[in-house]
Design a protein around this ligand. Structure first.
Ligand code: ACO
Length: 324
C-alpha cells in the first residue's frame, strides 16, 4: 500500500519577540492572566516588510534541505493559510515559482483556519495514495498578527506569526501517514470569524472589520470536546491503542486545551510537544512548527508513532496519525 512518508521538516519564526509585558502596555491585561489562562508568555511578530509567503519560503527551504531534495523534485504544493499575501495568485503558486518547483505541478492554498495544516496534510495524503503525486510540499504559514485588533484583549494576547513545512514522499513501506481525518461544522461561524472578505466589497471594509472576532470561552468548550472525539476516531480507525502513541503534536492554541487532550490519551506531558508558550497560536503554522521543533531537537525519532490534531475557525478540525 502506498503511503505518504515525512521526508523532511522545516520551520521559520520572525525575529521580533513580543512578550506579555509588551502587551500589558497596549491593553488592560497582565502577564499573569495570559500565562495562567493560555500558557503563552511571548510570541513572534512579522517585520513590516514580510508577508506570509516570505515566512513560507524559508520554512519550505529548510524542509527541502532536511529532506535532501530540491524544488524541482516537488510535484504538488499546498499552503495552508488564512492570511495569504494576495487574493490571488495563491501563496502556493508564488512559492512554486520562488522555489523553482516544476512548472505544471498543481499548487493551491487551503483555508481551514487553525486546522489548515492538518487539512493540507490530509489532502496531500490522498493525492499520494491515489498516485496523483509522489513528492508533495505541505506548508502552514500565517501572519496572524496582521488580522488582530490590538485594542481587543480577548484576542490580541493569543496569536503569533510563523511557518512550518514538510516534504512528503510516496513510500511502499509501513512508515508515513496511517490515517487522516478532516471535519467541519459551519454552524459555529458566530463564535470565531473575521467579518470581512474581498467578496463583500471594499465599501464594507472599515477600521475593525478585517480583524478576528472570537467568543473565546465558548470556543474553548467546543474545542476540548471535539478534540477528544477526533483523538478517539483516529485511534479506532487505525486500530491503535492509546498506549502506542509516542508523541502528541497538538495545535498550539491554549495549554489547557492541550492538557485536556493529553489526559484523554493518558499521555504524560513530557510526550506532548508544546510550543504555545514561546510562539502563541500561529494558526495553520502551529502543528508543523511544533513537529519541526521536536524533530530538530532530537525528541522525535524515526519509527515513532505521532498523533497530530487541530481545531479552528469554521469550525474545522482534524487529525493525522503518522509513523515517523
Ligand atoms: N486579560 C485580562 N482579562 C481578560 C483578557 C485578558 N487578555 N481577556 C479576557 N479577559 C477577561 C474577560 O473580560 C472576563 O472578564 P469578566 O469575568 O469580568 O467578564 C474574564 O477575563 C474571563 O474571560 P473568559 O473568556 O471566560 O476567559 P477564559 O478562561 O475562557 O480564557 C481564552 C479566555 C484564553 C480566550 C480561552 O477561552 C481560550 O483559549 N479559548 C479558545 C481559543 C482557541 O482555541 N481558538 C482556537 C482556534 S483560533 C483559529 O481558528 C484562528
Amino acid at each position: 500500500m502506498t503511503r505518504a512518508r515525512i521526508l523532511g521538516t522545516g520551520s521559520y519564526l520572525p525575529e521580533k519577540v513580543v512578550t506579555n509585558h509588551d502587551i500589558e502596555k497596549l491593553v488592560d491585561t497582565s502577564d499573569n492572566w495570559i500565562r495562567e489562562r493560555t500558557g503563552i508568555y511571548e510570541r513572534r511578530v512579522v517585520a513590516e516588510s514580510q508577508v506570509c509567503g516570505d515566512l513560507a519560503l524559508v520554512a519550505a527551504q529548510r524542509a527541502l534541505e532536511s529532506a535532501g531534495v530540491s524544488g524541482s523534485d516537488i510535484d504538488l504544493v499546498i499552503v495552508a493559510t488564512c492570511t495569504p499575501d494576495n487574493i490571488f495568485p495563491s501563496t502556493a503558486s508564488v512559492l512554486q515559482s520562488r522555489l523553482d518547483i516544476q512548472p505544471g505541478a498543481p499548487s493551491f492554498d487551503v483555508s481551514a483556519a487553525c486546522s489548515g495544516f492538518i487539512y493540507a496534510l490530509g489532502i496531500a495524503d490522498k493525492f499520494v495514495r491515489s498516485g496523483a503525486a509522489k513528492r508533495p510540499l505541505v506548508v502552514g504559514s500565517e501572519t496572524m498578527t496582521r488580522i488582530l485588533d490590538w485594542d481587543d484583549r480577548g484576542t490580541c494576547v493569543l496569536f503569533g506569526d510563523g511557518a512550518g513545512a514538510v516534504v512528503l514522499e510516496a513510500s511502499e513501506n509501513e512508515d508515513g501517514i496511517i490515517s487522516s481525518h478532516l471535519h467541519s461544522d459551519g454552524s459555529f461561524e458566530s463564535l470565531l470569524y473575521v467579518p470581512w472578505g474581498p467578496g463583500r466589497g471594499f465599501s464594507a471594509l472599515d477600521d475593525k472589520s478585517g480583524y478576528i472576532r472570537m467568543r473565546g470561552n465558548e470556543v474553548f468548550k467546543v474545542a476540548v470536546n471535539t478534540l477528544t472525539r477526533i483523538v478517539e476516531e483516529s485511534l479506532e480507525s487505525a486500530q491503535v491503542d492509546k498506549s502506542e502513541i509516542d508523541w502528541l503534536i497538538p495545535h498550539q492554541a491554549n495549554i489547557r486545551i492541550i492538557q485536556a487532550t493529553a489526559k484523554k490519551l493518558e499521555l504524560p506531558m513530557d510526550r506532548v510537544v508544546v510550543t504555545v508558550g514561546e510562539h502563541g497560536n500561529t494558526s495553520a503554522a502551529s502543528v508543523p512548527i511544533a513537529l519541526d521543533t521536536a524533530v530538530k531537537d532530537g525528541r522525535i525519532k524515526r519509527g515513532e508513532l505521532l498523533l497530530m490534531e487541530a481545531f479552528g475557525g469554521g469550525f474545522t478540525w482534524g487529525s493525522a496519525l503518522v509513523r515517523y
